[in-house]
Design a protein around this ligand. Structure first.
Ligand SMILES: *Cc1c(COP(=O)(O)O)cnc(C)c1O
Length: 455
């Protein structure tokens, strides 16, 4: 399968370019030239596959020129052998709700599902290429932990993780900063998540710098992550055995919900995808009324969604513009100037597939309380936003993506119900272990120098 950049689709790239570089040199995101669309008969054949088999079938469509199907299959098996659920994900019934639990990986958030896979994909690539790669990634809390767990101890790989200082939960931070492997570097930036993401983007766009250190990215724009995430949409669809399924997706960078859109484009019978945001509601404003003007980022109790500019939204803009890359590049310019509005015809197309809602802090706490009182289940605040959005839209017949284990956000649940979930035994150690991280200013040069001094 060949790929192009959303901002200039005259040039083709291989899966290797897409996976290792993450971002195209022109600043655009990679998308496949064409997508495999499964027929109803082909989909029927997937119905009885287990999670690993299904992953192999779907991912193989995208990575065939990079890794053979046999090698992919064993790589996937290895990736998910670290999960506490044998079938990787689990659908649970909570009262009337269906939760798709995605947090049974080593760092307790859905990001493990894609990240364990791509950690092994790097290892596979480096077994065939004599190189050293430096991964640099910004995190709003969960990406960093998942990436570190996936990369720690692997040879010829370093990982540098930028998190916003004092703006992530202490459990999130400790899972990252108590790792001892020598190839892991934690950096706390005096700024918010968008600042961290900007620094990483600037490092990448300084081509001389990024090439000099073989810099690679694992943030949610990495196509390899997106395709690993499409799998659980397929898997849960087959488990539910209904004609069509809708999903409510707690959303920050638009990666997870974009994976659902991709599954729909590949032929899966998805009705609506609900984009559920916290008070950082730019995507809700965009999808409900076309208003894509970013505001100051607010700190919330669902920090992994404290994002204004959702990187993966560019992919949707590209598809809505019928794969017109100059038009997409132009939209991205407007987004940069913070003057982008979605026109009415485009908005109508978007609303065929997407609904949106946002929950403020009190609404999120109220959901946690209500679900606990009715079902004796503690939801993490991100999942609660997904439930709240579906409730507000009176869209009850949908699957809520449960993106994190509640024990990762004890302050939020204490606040709502005066209770918190304990960490699983195998992670208890992070609570008392010494942490190791470097605090740096919100300054790209400073970060560049730090990284360079360590590679
Ligand atoms: C990252 C994250 C999200 C948001 O996912 P995106 O792909 O960025 O939209 C939601 N919930 C949790 C717990 C997360 O870690």
């Amino acid at each position: 399968m060949k790929y192009v950049s959303t901002r200039d689709n005259s040039k083709e790239y291989s899966f290797e370019d897409v996976f290792i570089k993450g971002l195209a040199d022109d600043g655009g995101l990679y998308v496949p030239v064409s997508l495999k669309k499964y027929s109803a008969e082909e989909l029927l054949e997937f119905k009885n596959l287990n999670y690993n088999e299904l992953s192999t079938e779907i991912i193989n469509q995208f990575s065939l020129d990079f890794i053979s199907k046999e090698e992919l299959s064993s790589l996937i098996k290895k990736s998910y052998s670290t999960f506490r659920e044998k079938e990787v994900v689990k659908i649970s019934n909570v009262g009337e709700l269906k939760l798709l639990e995605l947090f049974h990986g080593p760092t307790l958030a859905f990001k493990d599902i894609a990240m364990q896979f791509i950690g092994n994909l790097y290892e596979y690539y480096l077994s065939k290429n004599d190189k050293k790669i430096n991964i640099v990634v910004a995190t709003s809390g969960d990406t960093g932990a998942a990436a570190i767990d996936a990369i720690k101890g692997k040879s010829n790989l370093n990982i540098f993780v930028l998190h916003p200082n004092n703006r992530i939960s202490s459990v999130q931070r400790k899972i990252m900063t108590t790792v001892e492997e020598k190839n892991v570097f934690n950096i706390a930036i005096d700024g918010n998540f968008d600042d961290c993401q900007n620094i990483v983007k600037q490092m990448f766009s300084d081509l001389e710098y990024s090439k000099s250190i073989n810099m690679s990215g694992v943030n949610s724009i990495n196509w390899a992550r997106i395709i690993a995430q499409t799998v659980y949409y397929f898997y849960s669809y087959f488990k539910l055995d209904k004609k069509t399924v809708s999903f409510s997706v707690p959303t920050g960078n638009f990666g997870d919900v974009f994976a659902g859109y991709l599954a729909k484009k590949m032929g899966l019978q998805i009705d609506k995808l609900i984009v559920a945001t916290n008070e950082n509601d730019i995507l809700h404003r965009a999808i409900s009324k076309g208003d894509y003007v970013s505001k100051e980022v607010r700190e919330t109790i669902s920090p992994s969604m404290d994002i204004q500019l959702a990187s993966n939204f560019e992919r949707l803009i590209y598809y809505i513009n019928n794969s017109d890359s100059p038009k997409t590049a132009n939209a991205m310019k407007k987004i940069k100037q913070n003057t982008y509005q979605i026109d009415k015809p485009s908005l109508e197309i978007i609303q065929k597939d997407f609904l949106s809602e946002s929950c403020n802090e009190q609404e999120t706490l109220d959901i946690i309380k209500k679900i606990y009182e009715e079902n004796n289940i503690i939801l993490d605040p991100h999942t609660a936003v997904g439930v709240g959005a579906a409730n507000k839209l009176s869209f009850n017949d949908c699957v809520i993506l449960s993106t994190a284990h509640p024990c990762k956000f004890p302050d939020a649940t204490n606040n709502a119900i005066n209770k918190h979930e304990k960490l699983p035994d195998e992670l208890q150690y992070v609570l008392d272990k010494d942490e190791n991280f470097q605090v740096l200013n919100n300054n790209t040069e400073e970060v560049k120098n730090f990284v360079k001094s360590k590679v």
